[in-house]
Design a protein around this ligand. Sequence first.
Ligand code: SOE
Length: 394
Amino acid sequence: MNTLRVAMIGYGFMGAAHSQGWRTAPRVFGLPAEPEMAVIVGRNADAVAAAAQKWGWAESATDWREVIARDDIDVVDIVTPGDSHAEIAIAALEAGKHVLCEKPLANTVAEAEAMAEAAERAAARGVRAMVGFTYRRVPAVTFLRNLIAEGAVGTVNQVRASYRQDWLVDPETPLAWRLQKDHAGSGALGDIGAHAIDLAQFVTGQDVTQVSGVIDTIVKERPRVEGSSSGSGLAGTAGSGYGQVTVDDVAIFTGRLESGALASFEATRFATGRKNALQIEVSGDKGALAFDLEDLNSVQFYDRTAPADRQGFRKILVTEAGHPYVSAWWPAGHMLGYEHGFSHQVKDLVEGIVGGTDPHPTFGDGLKVQRVLDAVERSSENDSAWTRVASGVP
Ligand code: SOE
C-alpha cells in the first residue's frame, strides 16, 4: 500500500486534535493509503519534541521551510494561528505537497484569495488542498445536510446559526493570541462565527450573498500574557500590565442566502454558561432540522407532512450503521465525540488525495467564508448597512 508521509506545522490545541485524527483514521477506516506521522514542527525545540513524543510523531523539527523542502514529505497539515496560514500553505502547495489547513483559511480576504489561487494551480498538478472546517464531519451534521439535500425540509425559508462560548466573561482572562488581530485576524467572528457560516452554507448548499451586522468588543483591555502567547490561545498566565484587545468579542448579523432566504448568525465568547454551543436550525415549508454540538450524536427533525396531531420535533440518534462514518466505529447506538470529526477529516482527505479530487471544504469554500467575515466587518463599520459578499474567481 502507498504511504503518505505527513508533516504537521504547529502543536497547540489543534495540533493535539489533528494528531488524534492522523493516529486513529488509518486504524479505524480502510484507507487507500497509509498516513505516516513523520514530523511535527514548532519554534520551541523542547516543547515540540515533547509534543512529538506525546502524540506519536516520529520526528520533530523547528524550521517549517526545511521540512517543506524535504522530498520525503507528501502532506503538510497547518495548525498554526491564522497569521502564518497563507505563507505556509502557498509554499507547501508550490512544493507539491497536499495541504490540510485549519480554519479560518486566513486572516484576510487577500490572503485567502492567494491561497485559493495557489490551490487551483496545484490542483492542475494533482496536488490537493482542504480547509479544516471539521464540524462538517460530525456524523449528525453530514446526515442533516443529506436530509436537506433529499428534500426533508422542502424549501428552506430561514436559517438560524450560532456559536456561543463563555471563556471571556472573566475580564481578567489574559490577552492570549486569539485576542490579538495581528495573530488571529478577528475574534469570535473569525474563530467560531466562521464555523456557523460554513455550516449554514454547507447544509443548505447556498452561499451567503449579503450581510448586515455588528461586532463589538465588550472587554477592551486585558492582562498581558507572561512570556509569549502560544499554545491554545484560550488561556495563559497573566503577566504585568494590561494591553488592548484588538478583536471582537461578539458578532451578530443577518445574512441573505442565494435563494433570498434570511439567515441569522451569532458568534460570541460572552454567552455565560454556553461552553461550546454550535447550533443550527433550518426551517423549511415541509419541515425543520436542528443540530446542537453540545448534543452531537443527534439531530432534531420536525416533519410538517405528518398528521397535525402527530407533529413535533423528534430526536433522531445518529448512531446507526447507516449513518455517515458511524459503522467503522462501534456497534449501533454507541456514541461518538468531538475528536471523531478529526479522524473523518483525515479519512476524506486521504481518499481525496488517492482518488484525485479535492475533498470539501476546498480552499474555495474557505475563501467564501472569509469573504462573509469581511463583509460583516465592513457592515459593522458602516452602521450595519447591508453589504454584498464578494464572489467569483479571485
Ligand atoms: C476556540 O474558540 C475553539 O477552539 C475554536 O478555535 C475551534 O475552531 C472550535 O472548534 C472550538 O473553539
